[in-house]
Design a protein around this ligand. Structure first.
Ligand code: SAH
Ligand code: SF4
Length: 342
């Protein structure tokens, strides 16, 4: 919802100032899907607002749910005809986490990622980014799904730090107590590794969690598969993480997709351990091992055994690591499978 537009509209209609707060609460906290649902407003005002404004800036055109009901993906049609996607995941029963997109497509071109294959179509606006969260709030309410909607992760389509202005504004809206009111610590931003972006996040949102999609601790491999590394190599990422820790003593998550025989050998694990040690504050770096979700690329997922071995080896070397459960594979709603309309 465009808050400024709502504010102007209410002024135009000669409404008292408290109306804005009333509507904000109904929309952002209670999940009203239409102004007509906000019964604390007069019928006349409800009708006028429904006629002149929309709560969501897109339409959902398809919703897919996994069999276990623990992940739900929505395909969203934006006003200009572009598509983007958002996923709702239950990391634990009774809690919901929204995985949101920051762009249509992505310019970074990581070879294992379906979104990367699309290239960048356009940036999302802060309204389109935060409306994904509104969408899920409405969805939970209208389907009477219980649970605590507690977390937001910027792990859908797009690289958040190449759309920083809009992403920044979206973070402000999500954490604004009069709007969504999410705690900063419940929000995570994931980047493929853009030092300027990491510095801005640390400066402006020190309590928001940072996830770095490292995936390779060897420059040659990383540059080949993640073009971003040709500009921002491991040395520059190391410095960027060190600068982060100088400011903030918060855990950083290093995302690491395990690709069979590409980055899952003992040598790869040793490189990763070396990288973690070189940054310092190793106890604040946690490796999330992700099993590769098929995107029709040349890669294959490491076997469960190899993944387990890789993890055990990291632990033995005092590097914190977990294998992340991959939610949403069967609905192509897992990380890296978001490709908009196919
Ligand atoms: N662009 C940002 C955030 C979105 S991607 C980033 O790259 O960090 C969210 C996560 O999914 C990233 O860690 C990304 O590397 C990972 N990912 C991409 N493709 C994947 C795939 N096919 N299987 C598993 N994870 C993938
Ligand atoms: Fe973009 Fe992230 Fe996919 Fe890389 S992994 S192409 S940065 S969305």
């Amino acid at each position: 919802m465009d808050i400024r537009k709502l504010e102007e509209k209410l002024k135009e209609l000669g409404q008292p100032v408290f109306r804005l707060k009333q509507i904000q609460k109904a929309v952002y906290q209670d999940g009203a899907s239409a102004f007509s649902e906000i019964t604390s407003l007069s019928k006349d005002l409800r009708e006028k607002l429904d006629f002149e404004m929309k709560i969501l800036s897109f339409e959902s055109v398809q919703i897919l749910q996994s069999k276990d009901g623990e992940s739900i993906k929505a395909l969203l049609k934006l006003n200009d005809g572009n598509f983007t996607e958002t996923v709702l995941i239950a990391p634990k029963p009774g809690t919901w986490s929204a995985c949101i997109s920051s762009q249509v497509g992505c310019p970074m071109g990581c070879k294992f990622c379906a979104t990367g294959k699309l290239g960048l179509k356009r940036n999302l606006t802060s309204e389109e980014i935060t409306d994904q969260v509104l969408f899920w709030r409405q969805y939970l309410k209208s389907n009477k799904i219980s649970g605590n909607f507690s977390n937001i992760v910027y792990m859908g389509m797009g690289e958040p730090f190449v759309n920083w202005d809009q992403v920044r504004e979206s973070l402000q809206i999500l954490t604004d107590k009069n709007l969504f009111g999410f705690g900063s610590r419940s929000i995570s931003v994931s980047t493929s590794g853009i030092p300027e972006g990491i510095a801005k996040l640390a400066e402006e949102f020190p309590q928001v969690n940072l996830a770095l999609s490292l995936h390779f601790a060897d420059d040659q491999k990383r540059s080949e598969i993640m073009p971003v590394n040709r500009k921002n190599n491991l040395e520059s990422l190391k410095k960027s993480l060190q600068a982060y820790f100088q400011k903030i003593k918060r855990k950083i998550f290093l995302e690491y997709i395990l690709l069979d025989r590409i980055n899952d050998s003992r040598q790869d694990a040793d490189n990763l351990i070396k990288f973690v040690r070189s940054v310092g504050n190793a106890h604040l770096l946690h490796v999330n091992l992700i099993r590769y979700n098929s995107t029709g690329s040349e890669f294959r997922a490491s076997s469960r055994n190899r993944a387990q071995e890789f993890k055990n080896y990291l632990l033995k070397n005092h590097v914190g690591a977990t294998i992340r459960k991959s939610a949403g594979d069967e609905i192509a709603g897992a990380c890296g499978q978001l490709a908009g309309k196919s």
